[in-house]
Each structure stands twice: as C-alpha cells, then as structure tokens.
Design a protein around this ligand. Sequence first.
Ligand code: COA
Length: 281
Amino acid sequence: MQERSEQDTVAYEVIDRIAWVRFNRPEKRNAMSPKLNRRMLEVLDELEYRDDVGVLVLTGEGQAWTAGMDLKEYFRETEAEGLRGIRRSQRESYGWWRRLRWYQKPTIAMVNGWCFGGGYGPLYACDLAFAAEEAKFGLSEINWGILPGGGATKVVVDLISLRDAMYHAMTGEMIDGAKAAEWHLVNEAVPAERLKARVTEVANVLLEKNPVALKATKDAVRRVKDMTYDNAEDFLVRAQEAANYYDNQGRKEGIRQFIDEKSYKPGLGAYDKERAGSDAE
Ligand code: COA
C-alpha cells in the first residue's frame, strides 16, 4: 500500500453536534506516528471552538483504538535524528494529549479494539471512556524492553489500584474491556455492537447540559485531584466565579425554572438551556 498522507492519518465528521474523530491508520493498527500526532493536533484545533460541535468522541478505524506509539516512525526513526528528533516527537504527542486533557468540549474515548502503551495517554486525556467488552488493553512496554513512559505509568497509578497497576505494568499481560471497566480504567464496557449507541446516548446527555458548567466541571475534577481539601475548596469558589463571567445567566435560569416555574428538578435532570437568558452558547 502507498504510504498514507499526513492529512489522512486522522478522519473525522460532525453529526448532530458530535465530532467523531478516528485514528485512521488501520493497516498499522492506528499506531501513533509523528505524522498522526501532528495531524491530530490540527484536527483538535479545527473542532474545538466550532459552534456545531458539543462533544468530541475519539475512536479508531478498523480493529484497533490505537496500538500505541509507532515503534518504527516514533521511536526508531526519530532516535536516528538524535535528541532534537526525540524531543520534537515527544512534544508533538504529549502536546495533543495535553490539549485533549483540557479540551473546551467534553470528550469521550470510544475504545473499539487494541489499546496499548502510549494509547493510555489519550485514553486518560478523554473525560469519559467506554470500551467494547472485546477490546484489549495492555502496557506492552515491558514486552519490548522499556518502562511505560509518555505518562502511561502515571495514568494507571491515577486510575486503578496500585496492586493492579503494578501487575499490569510488570507483566505486560492484556486485559479485556470488561476487566478494564472493573478496574475503572474505563467507565463502562458493552458488547462491540452496542458501543456506538451507548456512546451516542452519553454524548446526548452531555449535549443537554450548560457547556460553560461542563468545562468548569471537567477541569475542576482534574485539578482538585492533587489538592488538599482547603485548596480545593478555595479553587472551586474561584472556578465558579470565573465560570459566571462567561455564563452568568445560565445558573440563574436553572434556579428560575426549578424554584419559580417548577418545570424540572435538578436532582432528576438538566434545565432547558434553550430557553431565555443563558449566554452560555
Ligand atoms: N508500531 C509500529 N507498527 C505497528 C505497531 C506499532 N505500535 N502496531 C502494529 N504495527 C504494524 C505492524 O508492524 C504491521 O505492519 P506491516 O503490515 O507493515 O507488517 C501492521 O501494523 C499490522 O500489525 P500486526 O502485528 O500484523 O497486526 P495484528 O492484528 O496481528 O496484531 C497487535 C495487533 C496490536 C497485537 C500488534 O500489532 C502489536 O503487538 N503491536 C504493538 C503494540 C505495542 O506494543 N504498542 C506499544 C507501543 S508504546
């Protein structure tokens, strides 16, 4: 096969306010090459502030979500360029993962198949993650002679128990989607044929919420994780006040529809943000 162009390493389309972004090197099990990393950053950039995008889903074309870093193009070829090449390719991959961690829109990883090594970076970067029960996850680094770098060790220590993280990293054994859900590496695992429907359902729930509050919430969850209680309390006051700057009407409308209009109950669902007042969109 002729080599895939950089442009073609990522595919995407926007349907009903959901941006479906796909790793698009199925012939290489969607391994992340420098070209793919550069293209992914461009695609994220293109979609982030589009008015017709409310949620971004990251998935993979073919059998893989992603088989991790491309051992040939990301490691061997950049190492041949010396430290300059190595650092450049690290900046490119870590760069788009960081961008995704703090993305303006809510993000969902839809793990359709293989997810190895470096793939744990974007997995963690997505706010939520859903997997096919049949998907396979592995920190395969130990199998080819390195430690789980590129944040992968941090990801498992943050998300799963220390015992499971240690076993997973030291043995290189794979787990399936069901086990990944049991370990809380992903939110949920469902049979492959139901995966897209389940992700669409969750995306539609998010689309009903106030987008300013969603961005403030997802950032708050990530930020407070490493804070003391007192620091978190203070940070959250300030984060809400900052959110009010972008959408002062939304929460007032939320209170109004509950207290005055009695048209919904916040404990049971979201207020109707399409009606009067909100400057959130
Ligand atoms: N880097 C570079 N190339 C990769 C790759 C990776 N991470 N993963 C797959 N490929 C390439 C293979 O070299 C092969 O290329 P070729 O057709 O030119 O020979 C092609 O993708 C298909 O891979 P193949 O191994 O034949 O597919 P498979 O379906 O039998 O197995 C995997 C799938 C994912 C189990 C296997 O490809 C694999 O172990 N990949 C490496 C996973 C890994 O350790 N990633 C961590 C990197 S940090």
